[in-house]
Design a protein around this ligand. Structure first.
Ligand SMILES: [Zn+2]
Length: 70
């Protein structure tokens, strides 16, 4: 049984900048500031965190089939 993926590649919706980020296993990241254009990304409606909306993989709690929001 493999553990959750802890790295996600986030893509900025404003400038298209791509950055690999590590994800916390016990919390969701709701805001993400693009290092290229300094815009702040927020999750799409229905998504719990920026990784679920813009990342290449979902956040660890979702990978474990639990809701981030409890
Ligand atoms: Zn950007």
């Amino acid at each position: 049984m493999s553990g959750p993926v802890l790295e996600s590649v986030l893509t900025c919706t404003h400038c298209g900048h791509v950055k690999r980020e590590s994800m916390p296993t016990d919390a969701c990241q709701y805001f993400y500031e693009c290092e290229s254009c300094q815009c702040v990304l927020r999750p799409k409606p229905g998504d719990c965190c920026v990784f679920c909306s813009f990342g290449s993989v979902n956040c660890p709690p979702v990978q474990a089939q639990k809701s981030c929001r409890g």
